[in-house]
Design a protein around this ligand. Sequence first.
Ligand SMILES: CC(C)(COP(=O)(O)OP(=O)(O)OC[C@H]1O[C@@H](n2cnc3c(N)ncnc32)[C@H](O)[C@@H]1OP(=O)(O)O)[C@@H](O)C(=O)NCCC(=O)NCCS
Length: 227
Amino acid sequence: MILTTRRLELRPWNESDAEVLFKYAKEPDVGLNAGWKPHVSVSESIDVIRNILSRPETYAVCFKGENDPIGSVSLHLKGHTDLTDRDDECELGYWLGKPFWGRGIMPEAANEMLRHAFEDLGMSKVWAGYYDGNDRSKRVQEKCGFIYQWTTQDVDVPALGERRVGHVSAITKEAWHELMDENCEKKAQLYYKQKELLDTFLKSGAITQAQYDKSFGDLTKKMGFGE
Ligand SMILES: CC(C)(COP(=O)(O)OP(=O)(O)OC[C@H]1O[C@@H](n2cnc3c(N)ncnc32)[C@H](O)[C@@H]1OP(=O)(O)O)[C@@H](O)C(=O)NCCC(=O)NCCS
């Protein structure tokens, strides 16, 4: 399955992605924050694609129109998460290549994964966790509407052979729907405010009809209200 957002395409991982996976997964700041060891070779990356990234609901994050993955996002279903053993709950996991941090890419991908989890897969709750100190991941969860649940002092991080403090958050289907409704309302208000401003500019002669048409078209497209 392929999922799309404004800037991204989320598609299954292929073995041919191994070199680009290695490029980003060898960077210690990526894996260590997520609880896994940095990759040491392309052949390790191939193994990871075969054994981990080929699991259900695991997607390579790509920019639209580009084939190279820049990160990964997944829903860990029952049996692949310690946070729940229910069929209708899962855990969101993600990482992004370091050059792409700080552009809101993961919140955009994670939001689509939430939509997919609730609307396509029939999930009633999505869990997420982050290790103490990983404020970037904490922010992703906050920005997507996850609510803090609890902290565990002594979480086992098997891949690294260590124990860490872990924080857990979750979002229910109901809370997600409320958030979507709220966002739609905010978006509509913004749209009409900006349109009103353009109307005023046109009326006062500050912009021409052609400039108005262009700006109005751009606004409609940006807001996703047009074709
Ligand atoms: C967590 C991660 C996926 C965030 O993705 P992202 O697309 O960069 O997310 P955002 O752009 O929304 O940035 C999140 C926060 O990171 C911080 N940030 C922004 N730019 C940054 C940069 N260039 N370098 C470091 N941190 C930055 C900001 O505090 C930002 O929050 P803000 O928007 O409130 O200011 C990414 O940092 C990552 O892959 N980290 C390593 C793996 C990992 O931790 N995975 C999650 C395991 S639980």
